[in-house]
Design a protein around this ligand. Structure first.
Ligand SMILES: *[C@@H]1O[C@H](CO)[C@@H](O)[C@H](O)[C@H]1NC(C)=O
Ligand SMILES: *[C@@H]1O[C@H](CO)[C@@H](O)[C@H](O)[C@H]1NC(C)=O
Length: 358
């Protein structure tokens, strides 16, 4: 080997060593700083007395909810909640089925469409409205052919910017209210909802008596709600330590005046206020709940579901179990997100393979 080549190799090696020598400590430092700055999570059972609770009377809860403040949303709210509605004397007997999805949940949505046909045959009064959060135009056509429904495009531009973040779920209460404004009896269903019976008489009756019914969930609201959100509402996290969330996958909403004012209006207002339902724009990092050995405050954030849970507890905590439904007449069948670059039949296979019903 020539002397020149040898020196050139040695020089390169030296450079590499210097590079590695700098890179490795930098990576270690980065992780150390990241772990220091990660919020230390406080266990729910921190032994502290909570200085605020729900109630004692519903009047107190209503006063509390009325104190929530949502600056800057009035122009949307006056549009979504006209003064003269709902007309309490003319409440509908039957609900409208409402759902929303985008291109990545096309197959799941079509399964919902097929699955609801039997129920809708039994209750021909029940219409289906699908809000389009971003389907492809060929998908819209195919849905239209099969669904016997109304498809409405959600115009994101009409709302604050953060509503566009699909995984921020601010769109959900907004869509529900858009439907409830026209027809104040709504069965909200995520695309994953499936009916295992066609007889809904009991559920319809319960809804007319109870107002809002959500799906029974098992996580503590305090551990599944962002600290910023609770601060925004002026709620103490510890108030919701022992209250188990309601899931917003399937919600029955009989939107009389009380429900409209005390649940839908604050829910939608919170959705429209950045910092409330959507705590900030880093939505991806909050949704996933890690399971800690012992439950902690703000393990994760469940967006629409967190707020719905807080509001239903405020309004119904004396009687909350009645407002929770278990999986007796329905199932959830969740697949995975479809990939736009795969042909439809592969997406369908992929979803069938990964689908999980419970
Ligand atoms: C409860 O304690 C928090 C601080 O821990 C305080 O900010 C809040 O005002 C207190 N609430 C009441 C009703 O005393
Ligand atoms: C809807 O889905 C459920 C759960 O998979 C199933 O049991 C039921 O038979 C389906 N109904 C219809 C009409 O397809």
């Amino acid at each position: 080997m020539s002397h020149w080549l040898f020196r050139s190799i040695m020089r390169r090696r030296f450079k590499l060593e210097v590079l590695i020598g700098i890179l490795i400590p930098m990576v270690i430092l980065y992780y150390m700083i990241a772990s220091w700055s990660a919020e230390v999570k406080i266990p729910l059972n921190d032994g502290k007395q909570c200085n605020e609770s729900l109630g004692p009377s519903i009047k107190d809860d209503i006063e509390k909810v009325k104190k929530y403040s949502f600056p800057g949303v009035e122009k949307y709210i006056t549009e979504l909640f006209p003064h003269n509605l709902p007309d309490e004397q003319n409440m509908p007997q039957y609900p409208v089925f409402v759902t929303a999805a985008s291109a990545s949940h096309y197959t799941e949505l079509m399964d919902l469409v097929y699955n609801t046909t039997a129920v809708r045959k039994k209750y021909p009064q029940i219409k289906l409205v699908i809000y389009d959060l971003g389907f492809g135009s060929s998908q819209v056509k195919k849905i239209q052919e099969k669904c016997d429904c109304e498809i409405r495009k959600l115009v994101f531009e009409a709302f604050p910017d953060h509503v566009k973040i699909l995984k921020g779920y601010a769109w959900k209460p907004i869509v529900i209210q858009m439907a409830a404004k026209e027809h104040p009896f709504v069965f909200w269903m995520d695309a994953s909802v499936r009916f295992v019976t066609t007889d809904l008489d009991g559920q319809l009756e319960d809804a007319r008596n109870l107002g809002v019914i959500g799906t029974k969930g098992f996580g503590s609201i305090a551990s599944r709600t962002h600290t910023k959100t609770l601060r925004f509402l002026g709620e103490q996290p510890c108030t919701f330590k022992d209250t188990m969330e309601l899931e917003a996958t399937f919600i029955i909403i009989y939107a009389n005046k009380l429900v409209s004012e005390m649940i839908l209006k604050p829910w939608v207002s919170c959705a429209l206020s950045l910092g409330c339902l959507v705590p900030d724009l880093n939505t991806d990092q909050y949704l996933h709940c890690k399971s800690h050995k012992e439950p902690v405050y703000f393990e994760c954030h469940r967006f629409d579901q967190s707020i719905l849970s807080i509001l239903t507890y405020r309004l119904y905590h004396l009687n909350i179990e009645k407002h929770k439904m278990t999986h007796t007449f329905f199932r959830f069948c969740k697949g995975v997100d479809e990939q736009w670059y795969l042909p439809q039949f592969l997406n369908e296979m992929y979803i069938r393979y990964n689908e999980h019903c419970f």
